[in-house]
Design a protein. Structure first.
Length: 564
């Protein structure tokens, strides 16, 4: 199986990191082939390989992928499927559930049947769960093995740091990257009002809305009718996965669907009979089957692949970007055979636009809750500044009435918010100019993105692992250079420090000089330090007014004079 370009880079990152560290983590969005990279990592590994997951579907998916890539049989360790002594010795690959590995039989946990050095590599699928003690038991027992964790959502609502489990990051690929590169379909959103909820019942637990209290709050007929109305009106007849809290609510919603359009909906939950669940899932994945709304309670998240799905309905409100990303990810896969024949991103995007699945609609059911729930803009706004995201949420709250029922492009919403922030900053400084206020460049720090100002690429931030911190004198140098380090990790701070040292040695303009010149309508371009100083002096002596920097990064000293 040929690897896509980014998959090859991911695999190379895994190999490199595991040479230098015992453990590493691979972060890739749903639908971009994490399982394929895991299969090739297993193929390249020295010794035996154990792949661990927490869901039955993932255990079988991982086994199938490894078999397809390596051509070797994979043993299953899950439930009643237990490897015998002969299989344990002869099989190179084992796919297991964490529950089965850590279960006790005859006062012995199942993983203790294996020698501690039995595996050379342990792979943890959906490894954001690996903080749990059961996963730790497995990696601690096989303490000589390398550990590879794979996930689409490394963030956890309970705030537990994954750096305690993984020592390095092998590769990160974000959902925005995958959409831009034409590997995933674009996302659109439609907001639907969810009325009739008793918000006083909704509690927050471990940083997110409590499932039980959220389910209880929407049990009334009115909000459930709203959910059905929203799906029927805005799903455009697409295959739709509906996420909803509470088994009782799922059953009632399915019944309402059946009254309106018999046979189009079915629901599954954790205790649904295994064979019944498999039948419902298979029918949903069949494009020609009448079943087009899969109502589920926490089932169709991790490990559920259905490229035929092109609409996601979120009635399970959440404050967790990670959970929402998992739900949205079920609809981002393009149809089979759409993108792989094309080498260039533009060609892949064009192929998606011309296919029967040109995008994925996300239906967001909006309600007034004790805390604001996250939405699709939060999933796609991971690299956007806090100031712009605050504007996004303010704009969406102000215009909610007009937004209900309209298809919106979340990328366009974020772009409008960015333009609005820039417009407000420009108006603020124009107001100062008209009042005849001169702003002298007595600089404290730069609030504008310093990477933009310096024209260098911003290293991707990761909350998992960090570079060594800068020393005190190095931090002081950044501050004197007019750079605010708030919100930057050590890796990003080091990148800025290296660039500042380079600029000093090359005698180039400083950030305060660039900001002052920009406020005067002059581009610093490739000016040297002395040239920039001379230019600023000439403009000031000529009597031209300085309108000041556009980002509020200066300490303002005002001098009143008659307006220009």
């Amino acid at each position: 199986m040929n690897l896509r370009g980014f998959q090859g880079q991911a695999l190379a990152g895994v190999v490199s990191c595991l040479r230098a560290h015992r453990s590493t983590i691979l972060v890739m969005p749903t639908g971009t082939g994490k399982t394929v990279v895991m299969g090739h990592a297993a193929r390249l590994a020295r010794g035996r390989v154990l792949c661990v997951a927490h869901r039955e579907e993932l255990v079988h998916q991982n086994a199938t992928a490894i078999e397809r890539i390596t051509g070797l049989h994979v043993g299953i360790e899950m439930g009643d499927d237990r490897l015998g002594a002969l299989s344990m010795q002869s099989l190179r690959f084992v796919s297991a559930s964490v529950q089965s590995l850590t279960s006790k039989r005859r006062k012995q946990r199942s993983y203790e049947r294996f020698p501690r050095d039995h595996f050379g590599l342990v792979m943890l699928d959906e490894c954001h769960h690996a903080i749990a003690p059961t996963w730790g038991m497995v990696t601690e027992w096989f303490n000589t093995a390398k550990v590879l964790g794979v996930t689409a959502t490394p963030l956890r609502m309970d705030g537990l740091a994954m750096a305690n489990t993984f020592e390095s990051v092998a590769y990160e690929y974000e959902i925005n990257d995958a959409i831009r590169d034409g590997w995933l379909v674009p996302l659109k959103m439609v907001q639907c009002r969810l009325s009739g909820i008793d918000t006083s019942r909704v509690r927050v637990s471990a940083g997110d809305f409590s499932d039980a209290s959220l389910a209880e709050a929407i049990e009334a007929e009115k909000p459930l009718q709203c959910i059905v109305d929203g799906v029927l009106q805005h799903s455009q007849g697409r295959k739709t996965i509906l996420y909803i809290p509470g088994v009782k609510n799922a059953a009632t919603v399915t019944e309402i669907f059946d009254r309106r359009c018999p046979g189009i909906a079915a629901f599954v939950h954790g205790k649904t009979d295994r064979d019944v669940r498999r039948d419902i899932m298979a029918r949903f994945k069949n494009p020609s089957d009448r079943l087009r709304v899969l109502v589920n309670v926490g089932i169709a998240t991790e490990g559920f692949d259905a490229p035929v799905c092109s609409c996601i309905a979120i009635a399970r409100l959440t404050t967790s970007v990670g959970l929402l990303t998992q739900m949205v990810g079920r609809g981002t896969r393009p149809l089979a055979g759409t993108v792989d024949p094309h080498d260039q991103p533009a060609a892949r995007r064009a192929a998606i636009a011309a296919s029967q699945k040109k995008d994925c609609i996300v239906l967001e059911f909006v309600a007034r809750l004790p805390r604001m729930s996250v939405g699709l803009v939060d999933v796609l706004g991971g690299t956007v500044s806090d100031e712009i995201m605050a504007k996004v949420h303010a704009m969406m709250q102000d215009r909610t009435e007009r937004q209900f029922g309209r298809v919106q492009d979340p990328a366009e919403v974020i772009a409008r918010a960015k333009a609005e922030v820039e417009r407000e900053a420009k108006e603020k400084h124009e107001s100062l100019r008209r009042k005849g206020i001169v702003i002298t460049a007595t600089w404290d720090t730069l609030s504008r993105d310093p990477f933009d100002a310096l024209g260098i690429a911003k290293p991707k931030s990761t909350s998992l692992f960090d570079a060594p911190p800068l020393r005190e004198h190095q931090l002081r140098m950044l501050s004197r250079a007019g750079i605010s380090i708030a919100g930057l990790d050590n890796k990003q701070r080091r990148a800025l420090f290296r660039n500042i040292i380079h600029r000093i040695k090359a005698g180039l303009w400083t950030i305060p000089q660039e900001m002052t010149l920009r406020s005067m309508g002059v581009a610093a371009a490739s000016m040297k330090f002395a040239e920039a100083s001379a230019m600023i002096d000439r403009i000031r002596k000529s009597g031209s007014s300085s309108v000041g920097p556009r980002t509020g990064g200066a300490r303002y000293t005002t001098v009143n004079r008659s307006p220009a």
